[in-house]
Design a protein around this ligand. Structure first.
Ligand code: 4AD
Ligand code: MG
Length: 434
């Protein structure tokens, strides 16, 4: 089929009302009333109903359309019409159509499939309307995070993935051979982010994170993505202000730019519209009180588990900042609170609707002697951290930062149950395929 008509992607179709255009895509499904075929065509950017009327096309075109099966690749020429009743607001009246390649016995049919089956076919499942919507929202979340940071003086400085030492404890390290020594896949870019903050002031890194999580929960992956801002001359409160501004910008951007996707997911948007600064602040001690008042038998000094976070976050309609955790349950680099050195200047952000922790952050220890002592008391090899200690030897300043987990943020904003659907190809303890 040679076409003199403009090749248009469906997301731009509104600009071509009344014109004939060339569309290339795949068949999602087809309905027939004998003389009229209703094709649901998707092209990656959006989908549309294309109508083939037997009396208005050649017999060859009608036959070609009729023979299409689910996910066959096709191209067509059609007249763009506005149509209030259709989902996207437009419809195509087909003039020409050609199958480009067949699709025989597509495994994911409109009937119900189990999650394991769908995850085994993830390479195909990402074509479905729901998965498509989630991954488009994910892309918007990442885009708008970077947009906010780039617009507020932050420089993107990425961290290495192969590292010589741990950032978040040794129990979840993935080890790999590195010539005649060992390397670990990064658990967080933070330590390098701190070096970059001393070089550039305000920075962020963004990349994949690896943790050998033995937990099979709805919020744990072994490979996930984290965005980590780090700021020189910034205390914990300054850090929280950046966080609430950035997260609010992200939610507003999704509401503005991903309406069709939120509708596909049937997301209750009123829950997102209230996400604006300031976010409520609750100290660890207050959170423990709250849990106990709800009948939870909670031991002071422990970190919160997922059920505890659910109870706390359900009390608020915005993300809540839980700050000043006991030093004993947090990472080695967190600065003790000068007003009570048993507590750390740390903060976890718990998303509403029971989603729980999406961000971990803190002010960092800036004193050389204390940091050395903490590395030793956490049984970490001092030698491997000498470069990190240099940051306290040469012009140390107060600094803070946080890491936001992309998948948990996507799960919350999309309103979906499990993080496995928030990343294109999930990796968990029990899944390395496809
Ligand atoms: O709280 P975490 O462990 O914080 C850090 O790694 C800091 N070094 C970050 C920093 O200050 N620069 O992890 C941060 C976030 C969590 O709040 C969560 O959203 C996500 O990373 N996360 C996971 N997401 C999916 N699967 C896992 N196994 C995750 N572990 C952490
Ligand atoms: Mg954490």
């Amino acid at each position: 089929m040679v076409s003199e008509y403009p090749y248009v992607r469906l997301e731009d179709i509104g600009r071509y009302v009344g014109q004939k255009v060339l569309i290339k895509g795949w068949l999602r499904k087809m309905r027939s009333s004998g003389k009229i075929l209703f094709l649901q065509v998707r092209d990656g950017s959006a989908s549309i109903q294309a109508v083939v009327v037997k009396s208005e096309v050649t017999p060859e075109v009608f036959q070609a359309a009729k023979g299409l099966t689910q996910e066959a690749a096709l191209q067509l020429v059609g007249l763009v019409r506005e149509d209030q009743r259709s989902a996207g607001g437009y419809e195509l009246t087909v003039c020409e159509l050609e199958q480009l390649s067949p699709s025989v016995d597509y495994p994911i049919t409109p009937k119900e499939h189990g999650t394991d089956f769908l995850m085994d076919h993830r390479h195909l499942w990402i074509r479905s309307a729901r998965q498509h919507a989630i991954l488009r929202i994910r892309a918007e979340i990442i885009r708008s995070m970077c947009e906010w940071l780039d617009g507020h003086g932050f420089l993107r400085v990425d961290s290495p993935i192969l590292t010589p030492s741990a950032c978040e404890g040794t129990s979840t390290l993935f080890e790999t051979d590195y010539f005649d020594t060992k390397a670990y896949l990064t658990q967080s870019g933070q330590l390098y982010g701190e070096a970059a903050a001393m070089a550039f002031g305000k920075v962020y890194c963004f990349g994949p994170i690896f943790r050998a999580e033995k937990s099979k929960t709805r919020r744990h992956l072994t490979e996930f993505w984290m965005l980590e801002p780090e700021m020189a001359f910034t205390d914990l409160e300054g850090c929280l202000e950046v966080e609430e501004q950035m997260i609010s910008h992200v939610v507003a951007s999704v509401l503005r730019n991903r309406q069709p996707e939120l509708k596909t997911l049937e997301r209750d948007q009123s829950k997102l519209e209230v996400i604006k600064p300031p976010f409520p602040r609750l100290s660890y001690d207050e959170a423990v009180e709250l849990l106990r008042s709800q009948g939870v038998d909670f031991q002071w000094g422990d970190d919160f588990g997922a059920p505890d976070e659910t109870i706390i976050s359900q009390q608020y309609d915005k993300p809540v900042f839980v700050h000043r955790y006991p030093c004993e349950c947090k990472a080695f680099y967190m600065k003790p609170d000068p007003e009570n050195p048993k507590l750390s200047l740390s903060c976890d952000t718990l998303a509403p609707e029971g989603y729980g922790e999406i961000v971990g952050g803190s002010q960092r220890i800036d004193d050389l002697a204390l940091l050395e002592e903490r590395i030793k008391s956490h049984n970490l090899p001092l030698e491997a951290y000498q470069w990190y200690l240099d940051l306290r030897r040469y012009g140390s300043v107060p600094h803070s930062g946080f890491g936001i987990g992309i998948e948990r943020t996507v799960a919350w904003i999309c309103g979906i149950e499990h993080v496995r659907e928030t990343i294109p190809f999930a990796r968990t303890m029990s899944r390395l395929n496809p």
